[in-house]
Write a protein that binds this ligand. Structure first.
Ligand SMILES: [Zn+2]
Length: 239
């Protein structure tokens, strides 16, 4: 029985397990969606960027194409929640930096995880998509050396992702980590930059973080993580 607690942020795997290249899928989409109907992540073999909206998990692959993932496909890392925004405001003409600063200024949530969702028209959207890797998997720095980028102007869609306090760098990406999917699926991926022309900006703070680990994955269990270089590797690949 799924627990639909809207105050819980559920995460499978940690961002840090991607750093040494642990890209094996360790949770199915079917199971993941029991823990949330919205979110972000990546797919088995680091095969693209995942965007979960309204209970559907979409995969944006390196060619830019968007596929809906099936219940049997699996993910090494994903963060999900049940959509229930606490505040939604209608905004116009905001850059990425404007939005990020505004949310931290307008709400008292800098020390907690919160979801950010923006539905609207973006006058500029720039995304990137990671490329599918093959075993033996290279590390995150190697895997993200070349990343296809996608750009569109005046595109309507949904931006979704999370803010994590600095303390959680490694568990997640400290600061903002957001993905995008256009309504017509013509562009999506990990968001590098955008300007919001007009849209609804929502936030949803979480009282709890539920961190789930891939207990059945021998590679994860025996990995000796290099924590000293981890933060740099994460920022290089994910910011
Ligand atoms: Zn991402």
């Amino acid at each position: 029985m799924a627990v639909t607690d809207k105050s819980v942020l559920y995460q499978h795997g940690t961002l840090s397990l991607l750093v040494p290249g642990l890209f094996e899928g360790t949770m199915t989409i079917g199971e993941l969606l029991q823990h949330g109907n919205s979110g972000i992540g990546t797919v088995q073999d680091f095969n693209g960027e995942m965007v979960i909206l309204d209970g559907h998990a979409y995969q944006v692959v390196e060619t830019g194409e968007v596929h809906e993932l099936t219940a049997e496909q699996s993910v090494p890392f994903a963060t999900v929640h049940f959509d229930d925004p606490k505040v939604t405001t209608h905004e116009t003409k905001l850059t990425k930096a404007d939005v990020e600063q505004k949310l931290l200024t307008d709400y008292p949530y800098k020390n907690v995880f919160y979801a950010v969702k923006i539905r609207g028209i973006f006058s500029h959207m720039l995304t990137r998509v990671v490329q599918k890797q093959e075993k033996p998997y290279p590390n995150l720095t190697e895997s993200t050396k070349t990343q296809p980028k996608f750009k569109q102007e005046n595109v309507e869609g949904t931006l979704i992702g999370y803010y994590a306090p600095e303390l959680f760098q490694g568990v997640a990406v400290a600061g903002y980590h957001v993905h995008f999917l256009s309504n017509d699926h013509s562009i999506g991926g990990h968001v590098l930059d955008y300007t919001l022309a007009e849209g609804d900006v929502s936030i949803q703070p979480f009282a709890s973080l539920q961190q789930h680990f891939p207990l059945e994955d021998p590679a994860f269990l025996k990995e000796d993580f290099n924590y000293a270089g981890m933060s740099t590797s994460i920022n290089k690949a994910e910011k």
